[in-house]
Design a protein around this ligand. Structure first.
Ligand code: AMP
Length: 411
């Protein structure tokens, strides 16, 4: 990508189509680049008013992504300000790992799981090599392209780490993917937080449902300890010094095999190393990639052979209002238009999603084909964690305002 020139960008180059989803910091639209014909995804982020300062999250995402060019990291094609918004133009991705995991028509073989995890870890190892933490690992931030390539996306919370005494906010990650050191309020953490998140995703691929579904931070720690055993101070010496440390009732460490009966020995060995409590001892993303799990049979499935949700119907001309049609990004405000939600047009279910699931990801309710409320195949009896999972949490609004303040400070 050439050096980003924010001042000269012409916004009406992009033909805006339907809403793809809504993240923590902005709506994402599908769009066509009229110069190249390429389909892209445009994240529109409202820039703060001058007196509030600029939106550091957006600037951070640009800064981070400019430095991260890799096959398993989403490509930032372009970025430009327009009106009061900043637009980030990304390569378009067909689906995401959450949609794969939830799709009850999809059977994930051990080789498929290995492949998805390997691509996740490759993306993470690359970030960590460049001293970037992702800090928001979760299945719907792992986007999947039409060739089956998985890429890490949503770097709004990413930040550069490296200096051992830098203090960061611990209000990162959707709760179910948050490492225990974050839940105990640590301000100094490293790449291990992303590895813990990847471990939760690995477990979710094996179980076909989120592994540790806490309803609060305290409950999240309780769920972790109930599943993996309460850590002893000898296992994790720094734990008792963490800011929010409280003692939990002792639960012995159950064999992982009892939770993942169909996983291979190699899978469980790697999973246990990723779920190591002491972040200093936890396996790194690079070491995880070198684990024998990835070289033992079955080998990881080739990405283009991986099962993915059935492609969504491309919107036809009749899907758009015949008088207005799709609009370019830059016309005067009154003629700008976001296509309203309507049945059969999956990309527009954001508002409905916001009501019944705080994930805000339109793909999850797409025509109900993802089987959100139905058990996925290969689901195991995980009743110890409750039959019906609570709404998948993201960073909640209280966390978010706290986070916003923190981000403004530690950018
Ligand atoms: P984010 O703010 O990055 O979390 O994005 C919000 C939602 O927009 C995601 O959950 C996806 O559903 C969708 N999305 C984001 N980036 C892309 C992309 N590059 N291609 C397709 N959909 C995307």
């Amino acid at each position: 990508m050439p050096e980003l020139d924010l001042s000269k960008k012409v916004a009406d180059r992009y033909l805006k189509r339907e809403v793809l989803g809504e993240g923590t910091y902005g709506v994402v639209y599908k769009a066509i680049d009229t110069e190249t014909g390429q389909t892209v995804a445009i994240k529109k982020i409202r820039l703060g008013k001058q007196k509030e300062g600029v939106n550091f999250t957006a600037l951070r995402e640009i800064k981070v992504l400019k430095e991260l060019k890799y096959s398993h990291i989403i490509e930032l094609i372009d970025a430009f300000p327009h009106k009061e918004n900043l637009h980030l133009v990304f390569e378009f991705m067909e689906t995401d790992l959450e949609a794969v995991i939830r799709d009850r028509n999809i059977f994930l073989s051990p080789g498929d799981i290995k492949s998805y995890l390997q691509m996740t870890l490759k993306g993470l190892a690359f970030c960590h090599k460049k001293w970037v933490l992702h800090r928001d690992m979760k299945p719907n931030n792992l986007l999947i392209g039409s060739n089956g390539q998985l890429k890490l996306a949503d770097f709004g919370l990413a930040r550069i780490f490296g200096s051992p005494d830098r203090r960061f906010t611990h209000q990162v990650f959707a709760r179910w993917y948050r490492a225990p050191e974050l839940l105990f309020g640590t301000k100094q953490y490293g790449s291990g937080v992303d590895v813990w998140g990847a471990a939760c995703i690995f477990a979710e691929l094996l179980l076909r449902r989120p592994f540790l579904q806490g309803s609060s931070d305290i409950d999240q720690l309780g769920k972790i300890f109930a599943a993996l055993g309460t850590p002893s101070p000898s296992q994790w010496p720094d734990m008792v010094y963490l800011p929010d440390y409280v003692e939990y009732q002792y639960v012995p460490t159950p064999p992982l095999r009892s939770l993942f009966p169909i996983a291979s020995d190699d899978a469980l060995d790697l999973l246990s190393k990723m779920f190591t409590y002491d972040p200093k001892v936890r396996i790194s993303a690079q070491q995880a990639l070198e684990h024998r799990y990835f070289t033992s049979a079955p080998l990881p499935t080739e990405p283009d052979k991986l099962p993915r949700p059935a492609p969504k119907r491309e919107p036809k001309a009749s899907d758009f209002d015949s008088h207005e049609g799709p609009t370019v990004l830059s016309p005067p405000r009154k003629s700008r238009r976001v296509i309203p939600g309507r049945d059969g047009f999956e990309g527009n279910s954001v508002q409905r999603d916001k009501v019944d699931d705080n994930v805000g990801n339109s793909r999850q309710t797409a025509g109900d084909t993802t089987g959100k409320n139905d058990p996925a195949p290969m689901s195991l009896d995980f009743s110890v964690f409750g039959l019906k999972p609570p709404n998948r949490p993201t960073i909640n609004s209280a966390d978010r305002s706290h986070l916003k303040r923190k981000l403004d400070l530690d950018f």
